[in-house]
Design a protein around this ligand. Structure first.
Ligand SMILES: Cc1ncc(C[n+]2csc(CCOP(=O)(O)OP(=O)(O)O)c2C)c(N)n1
Ligand code: SF4
Ligand SMILES: [Mg+2]
Length: 347
């Protein structure tokens, strides 16, 4: 008698969920859009890190990129804000409920054009938040006009040349105070996944600029954010490894070639240096390598800067451990006598 074949149990992560528990709706973005690849990596990173989807708040603005939170983590909370105004909503969420993991998804237009004022102030607060820019150098949703991250000399499909210098969101974030700053490319599965996992372990603002080609409006000859250009000009500053805390940490590296950053939760981000002695904890080096890359027309990727010592905005505000959103009215509303006392003092 032959044994009945049994279907193997689906693989689960350390909190007992399968990767399907991290998926979202079916994408409505163009086939081949870099943003879809980023959604896939977010699903993998959340699954591998064992994040409880119900404890994630997905925040975004407006744009093709800002639509993408609908395509991952169906069980998470979500808020699609106004164009360029996601940082205000994210700040409210992170402060109202410190138990939620805030994940902001933005576009280059949403961040560096209309939203640059909000972005600047978000970066200086070190709010516990992962902030991903899906950077294609154009306003994809409104048919491909240049955004403020478009490189000088880049060419639109229509032949229009960009004659304004680009804003480098990584340089800006480092200068302003973000404590984890990285750049990757949507087509580099391994590097992007590693960076996202390390960002999940980080406690302050993790800003990740992901070059994400718009196949419809910015993937032609002359574009500096196309698949071909990005592949040819991508120079990693560090080869990354990330060892989550819940796994046995067993590093095997040659001390001369590797530097390790201990993250807040005890996990370790391992950076294997290429030819340069790259130290991701040195702010000035980070700014210098980025400026040098610009002058050479290179697209530098990797983790440029990590600071695990700076207090987060939640620490600075000295918030109580219990999420503000869950405090009973008796604790948040001053009693009648307190109000009477204040009124009396104003007489
Ligand atoms: C206040 C406001 N101004 C302008 C628009 C029109 N608008 C919608 S999306 C968008 C640009 C989106 O570009 P980006 O953030 O780079 O996202 P992408 O579509 O490229 O992913 C613009 C200008 C708007 N929705 N709201
Ligand atoms: S228009 Fe561009 S950015 Fe928008 S979904 Fe299509 S490829 Fe992606
Ligand atoms: Mg864009």
């Amino acid at each position: 008698m032959s044994a009945t074949p049994t279907t193997p149990a689906p693989k689960t992560n350390h909190i007992g969920l399968t990767v399907i528990d991290y998926r979202g709706g079916k994408t409505t973005l163009c086939a081949g859009c870099g943003h879809n690849a980023i959604s896939e990596r977010i699903i993998d990173a959340m699954y591998e890190m064992g994040v409880q989807p119900e404890f994630v708040a997905k925040l975004s603005g407006i744009g093709c990129s800002s639509k993408s939170p609908a395509y991952f983590l169906n069980h998470a909370h979500g808020f699609n804000a106004v164009h360029g105004r996601m940082p205000s909503v994210a700040t409210g969420v992170a402060l109202a409920n410190r138990k939620l993991m805030a994940l902001g998804i933005s576009g280059d237009g949403d961040t560096a054009s209309i939203g640059v004022g909000q972005f600047v102030h978000l970066m200086r607060r070190n709010l516990p938040l992962i902030y991903v820019i899906e950077d294609n150098g154009v306003y994809g949703l409104t048919k491909g006009q240049f955004s403020a991250t478009a490189d000088i000399g880049a060419k639109l499909k229509t032949g229009v040349i960009n004659d304004l210098p680009a804003i480098d969101t990584c340089i800006m974030a480092i200068q302003l105070g973000a404590t984890f700053v990285a750049r990757s490319f949507s087509g580099d599965k391994k590097q992007l996944l590693t960076i996202l996992k390390a960002a999940i372990a980080h406690k302050g603002t993790a800003m990740i600029d992901v070059i994400s080609p718009c196949v419809t409006f910015n993937d032609h000859e002359g574009s500096t954010k196309s698949y071909k250009y990005s592949k040819d000009h991508d120079e990693p500053v560090n080869e990354l490894g990330f060892v989550p805390y819940f796994e046995n940490i067993d590093l095997d590296y040659d001390p001369g070639t590797t530097s390790t950053v201990r993250m807040h939760d005890g996990s370790e981000l391992r950076l294997r240096k290429l030819e340069r002695e790259y130290d991701p904890t040195d702010k000035l080096t980070a700014l210098r390598v980025l400026e040098e890359a610009h002058s050479k027309g290179e697209m530098l990727t990797g983790v440029f800067y990590v600071n695990t010592q700076a207090p987060s905005f939640v620490d600075l505000l000295n918030l109580v451990d219990e999420p503000l959103a869950r405090l009973p009215e008796s604790l948040v509303r001053p009693p009648r006598e307190a109000l009477d006392e204040i009124m009396e003092s104003l007489r």
